[in-house]
Design a binder for this molecule. Structure first.
Ligand code: SF4
Length: 323
C-alpha cells in the first residue's frame, strides 16, 4: 500500500466486511470508541478502519490474506492484523471509561462506562504478554471525578505495570504538576490532547477545558520527559483552516511536541453536536508532509516514539513511519 492509498483509506475511515469476523474487539479508545474495527497491514503500512455496513470500501478475504476494494476494484492487498488490546503490539487500555467533561466529538461521556480496577488492568496486560507480542503499554482515561484524582489513579496503575518491562505511555487530562507525578511513577511518554489548534473552535468544542492549560502542560512535559516523548492529538476536519492547522503544527513542533494529525470521525453518538468534514486524502497528505518537514526542522522524529499512535500508525499518516 503506497502512501496515497493509505491516505485514501483514511479519508473514508470505514470498511464493510464481505464476511463477518468473529472475535473482533470493541474498542473503548480512539476514533470510533464503542464500535468494531479492523487493522489492515500492507507492506510496511497499516490502517485501522471502522466497520460500517454502508462503507464504500469493502474488505474481502483472499487465499493469501485480504484485499480492500472500492467500486469493485481492488485498491490494496495485505493481511488483517489482530489487535492485542485495542491495537497491535500494545496493551492500549482506557482506565476510566467515563468523563465529567463534554467534548463535542467524543463518545466517552456518552458511553459512561466503568472504571477498571488495578487488578483488572494487570490481568489484561498479563494476558497480552502471554501472546509474546507485547511491546508497549498505552494508558488513557476519561475524567471520572477530577484530573488530579485521575492522575493519582494513573500513577498507581503505572507503578503496577513497571514489572512488565515495556515502555509505558499515558494520556490524561493535564493540570499543573501532572508531569512530575507521572514521571515519578515511571511513565516514559505522555500525551495531552489539544484536539484543535483553532482557539475559537476549542472553546466551543471542549467547554470547561483550558487550551492554555494543555499547552502549558505540553511545554512542561518536554522538559520532564524529553523531545520525541510528548504527543498531542490534533483533529483535522472540525472546521479549522489549513493556515490555522499549519500554525498549530509550527507551535507544537517548535515546543518539541509531536502532533498526531487525526482525521475527525463523526461518532454516531454525537450526531448533530459538532460539524465534521472528514478531510480528503489530498488534505491529509498535504498536512502530513508539512508536519514531516516541521519535525525535521525541529529535530523531531516520529519513528522514535515508544508507545501510542506513532507506534501503531493505524489511524494516521505518521511522519517517521509512513513518510
Ligand atoms: S493509531 Fe492510536 S487511536 Fe488509532 S488504533 Fe492505533 S493506537 Fe488506537
Amino acid at each position: 500500500m503506497d502512501l496515497e492509498t493509505k491516505a485514501q483509506l483514511l479519508a473514508v475511515g470505514t470498511v464493510q466486511l464481505a464476511q463477518p469476523r468473529s472475535g473482533g474487539q470493541v474498542s473503548t479508545a480512539g476514533p470510533g470508541a464503542g464500535g468494531q474495527s479492523i487493522f489492515f497491514q500492507s507492506g510496511q503500512r497499516m490502517v485501522r478502519l471502522s466497520v460500517v455496513a454502508s462503507s464504500p470500501l469493502r474488505l474481502e478475504s483472499r487465499p493469501d490474506g485480504a484485499a480492500i476494494l472500492r467500486d469493485g476494484i481492488e485498491i490494496a492487498c495485505g493481511q488483517l492484523v489482530d489487535p492485542l488490546l485495542h491495537c497491535p503490539e500494545q496493551a492500549y487500555i482506557t482506565v476510566s471509561e467515563r468523563c465529567i467533561y463534554d467534548c463535542k466529538f467524543c463518545a466517552v461521556p456518552k458511553l459512561q462506562g466503568g472504571v477498571k480496577s488495578r487488578q483488572t488492568i494487570r490481568k489484561m496486560v498479563e494476558e497480552a504478554r502471554k501472546t509474546g507480542k507485547l511491546h508497549g503499554i498505552s494508558l488513557t482515561s476519561g475524567v471520572e471525578e477530577s484530573p488530579e484524582l485521575e492522575a493519582k489513579r494513573m500513577a498507581e496503575v503505572v507503578r503496577d505495570l513497571l514489572s512488565f518491562g515495556v515502555p509505558i505511555g499515558v494520556s490524561i487530562s493535564p493540570f499543573p504538576g501532572v508531569n512530575q507525578i507521572l514521571k515519578d511513577a515511571g511513565a516514559d511518554e505522555v500525551k495531552y490532547n489539544l484536539e484543535t489548534v483553532d482557539r475559537e473552535l476549542f472553546d466551543r468544542i471542549c467547554p470547561g477545558i483550558s487550551f492554555q492549560g494543555i499547552r502549558d502542560a505540553l511545554q512542561e512535559a518536554v522538559a520532564v520527559f524529553g523531545r520525541n516523548r510528548v504527543f498531542s492529538n490534533v483533529l483535522v476536519g472540525l472546521g479549522e483552516s489549513d493556515e490555522t492547522l499549519r500554525q498549530g503544527i509550527d507551535m507544537l513542533t517548535e515546543m518539541g511536541v509531536l502532533p498526531i494529525l487525526r482525521a475527525a470521525y463523526p461518532h454516531p453518538l454525537r450526531l448533530g453536536e459538532v460539524e465534521i468534514n472528514r478531510p480528503s486524502a489530498e488534505r491529509l497528505l498535504e498536512m502530513a508532509r508539512y508536519l514531516k518537514k516541521k519535525q525535521e526542522e525541529n529535530g523531531l522524529d516520529g519513528e522514535l516514539a515508544l508507545t501510542g499512535c506513532y507506534r501503531c500508525t493505524g489511524c494516521d499518516l505518521a511522519p517517521g513511519r509512513d513518510l
